[in-house]
Design a protein around this ligand. Structure first.
Ligand SMILES: Cc1cc2nc3c(=O)[nH]c(=O)nc-3n(C[C@H](O)[C@H](O)[C@H](O)COP(=O)(O)OP(=O)(O)OC[C@H]3O[C@@H](n4cnc5c(N)ncnc54)[C@H](O)[C@@H]3O)c2cc1C
Length: 429
């Protein structure tokens, strides 16, 4: 029977551990951080629970939803589920652009008709959007050759309005990469999985609780019930041995038959690994995500749970009062903007506040704010990016994480799928 070490308790490591533990396989998960969950974790601040970043999921996150259900999370209660609706407020010309999926039509007609009835788009923008979706459908969302998304949108004759108000914000939200650098193929994969299959795939799922309560805690509790062990230490060295592998932390050496590396490529560089793995590790570029939390008077309520902002540094604003019951708390998300992520926190807060006050004039002044920047939030999802496979040249030494090849950008669903996949590889050996 395998005895498996998993190095890293992000969503990929937790998903792998959960699958293995549910099959009665002995699992030890190593994690040095105070909180489990990796890049999807809750953070206690003052007397509220924040997240290291506001996470948005989709109805298409099948493996994540199934995994949560398996460990006892009632996903119908855990998320505010909104049929696809994008409300984009242009703070310069005060225009509101709204796109809503059509509730009475099946996919993909729900989105095609949604484009035709969208508010704020010119007629030529609506037609261009429909043309792109029909083209993608006819080509099975597959490009002969990957290219930057901006080139693809130009080829498909998308209007400036459509690019600036829809495709660019969607690309930043899904791929966390500027459109001039983002992979058109991965963007098409996201469109395919969200819009082309089931109508509910395009639903927005907004967590109603912090990410610890939603994700890491139920997974860890369920694994503990099944006998999995968590060692709260960093792994320093993984070395093949006669019986499998020796895994060293600062204080102890452990022996396992299998090892699953479940930390990011930049973190793997701090672990001594067999040469054939270390030399083959890909070198990724990373993109930051900044989340600015602003606590206002508890009576504050925005018109919608989630609003996009255009012509501003701020990209999305979420009303955590409407979603989580954290009254008066707003979360502003800024993706893939290295200039902004380098600004001093207070400078950024002043800038964002002034943008919010232009979009929502009755806002008032915040009681406190908190900026959280994750500089290594996701790998830059660029065209034809070489991503590693889960198995390696060393038998029974496997890799998982959102960066492992799967056709998805860096997302919770990508991490969970890869985690389950690597566990299945162990189960099948
Ligand atoms: C701010 C932000 C916002 C995001 N928004 C979204 C979103 O809206 N929707 C979405 O789907 N995705 C979003 N993502 C992406 C998503 O969070 C990640 O894709 C996913 O959590 C990655 O999981 P992972 O397990 O691959 O990696 P990680 O979460 O990075 O896990 C790696 C783990 O390994 C541990 N580790 C590192 N070194 C060692 C060592 N030596 N020994 C033991 N353990 C080690 C780390 O501490 C970490 O816990 C966002 C990410 C960020 C940062």
């Amino acid at each position: 029977m395998p005895d498996v070490a998993i190095i890293g308790a992000g969503m990929a490591g937790l998903a792998a551990a959960s699958r293995l533990a549910s099959r009665g396989i002995s699992v030890t998960i190593f994690e040095p951080a105070k909180q489990l969950g990796g890049r999807a974790r809750g953070i206690a601040y003052k007397d509220v629970m924040l997240d290291n970043g506001q996470h948005i999921m989709l109805g298409a996150y099948r493996e994540t939803l199934a995994l949560l259900e398996q460990v006892g999370v009632d996903t119908s209660q855990a998320f505010l589920r909104l049929p696809l609706q994008l409300h984009m407020q242009d703070i310069q010309n005060k225009q509101l652009i709204s796109l809503q999926a059509c509730s009475w039509l099946p996919a993909p007609l729900h989105i095609l008709v949604g484009f035709l009835f969208a508010q704020g788009f010119s007629f030529s923008s609506k037609l261009a959007a429909v043309h792109l979706m029909v083209w993608a459908q006819l080509h099975r969302f597959q490009l002969a050759q990957d290219m930057p998304l901006s080139d693809f949108l130009a080829q498909r004759k998308q209007t400036q309005q459509l690019i600036a108000s829809l495709w660019e914000p969607l690309c930043l939200a899904a791929l966390n990469t500027p459109i001039s650098e983002a992979s058109a193929q991965i963007f098409l994969n996201v469109l395919r999985d969200s819009f082309a299959r089931k109508k509910s795939d395009s639903d927005l799922l907004l967590p109603r609780t912090d990410l610890n309560t939603l994700l890491a805690q139920p997974l860890a509790d369920s694994m503990a019930r099944q006998g999995a062990r968590i060692v709260r230490q960093a792994v320093k060295n993984v070395e093949p041995s006669a019986s499998g592998f020796n895994v060293d932390t600062d204080t102890q050496t452990y022996s396992f038959s299998h090892v699953i590396l479940a930390c990011g490529p930049h973190q793997l560089k701090h672990i001594v690994l067999p040469d054939s793995i270390a030399s083959a590790l890909p070198s990724f570029e990373y993109q930051p995500i900044t989340t600015l939390y602003l606590q206002f008077d508890e009576h504050l309520q925005l018109p919608r749970p989630m609003t996009g902002l255009l012509n501003s540094v701020s990209q999305w604003v979420l009303d955590r009062g409407r979603i989580y019951g954290q009254k008066g708390l707003l979360a502003v998300v800024i993706s893939a903007d290295k200039t902004t992520s380098d600004l001093p926190n207070d400078t950024l807060a002043v800038k964002v506040l002034s943008e919010l006050q232009q979009a929502f004039p009755d806002l008032g002044s915040p009681i406190w704010h908190k900026v959280i920047t994750e500089k290594f939030a996701t790998f830059a999802c660029t065209p034809a990016l070489a991503r590693p496979a889960a198995d390696t040249p060393v038998k029974n030494l496997l890799i998982t994480g959102d960066f492992v090849e799967n056709g998805y950008p860096a997302t919770i669903e990508g991490a969970v799928r890869n985690g389950i996949n690597v566990a299945n590889l162990v189960i099948s050996t």
